[in-house]
Design a protein around this ligand. Structure first.
Ligand code: ZN
Length: 103
């Protein structure tokens, strides 16, 4: 297997592993026990890590995470139909069902 990335904390690492698993990619979180040692050893070695099978899974995994980041970084918007403020990850107004207008 190959280390895909190192995360700042275990919650983030597990979240990303879950995204990959949901996309059908075998992923494992490793290095979960060293978090308390940050400061004594380089961070990149100390943070929780997400590992995937070496080979084509690596690029597929990066694509999944990049797509997830794009969704998460969409700006909040205001529904044109009812004026409800909506968080950026939602494409539809939860109150009236109107779709987000394309920017
Ligand atoms: Zn609405």
């Amino acid at each position: 297997m190959k280390r895909l990335l190192t995360c700042a904390n275990l919650v983030e690492a597990q979240h990303k592993a879950n995204l990959l698993i949901a996309a059908g990619i075998h992923a494992e979180v490793r290095n979960t026990y060293l978090a308390g040692a940050v400061g004594d050893i380089p961070f990149v070695e100390a943070g929780p890590q997400v590992w995937v099978n070496a080979g084509h899974d690596v690029q597929a995994a990066l694509n999944v995470l990049a797509a997830a980041d794009r969704v998460a970084s969409d700006p909040d918007w205001v529904c044109a139909e009812c004026g409800e403020p909506i968080e950026g990850q939602f494409a539809q107004c939860w109150q009236c069902g109107a779709m987000r207008p394309f920017a």
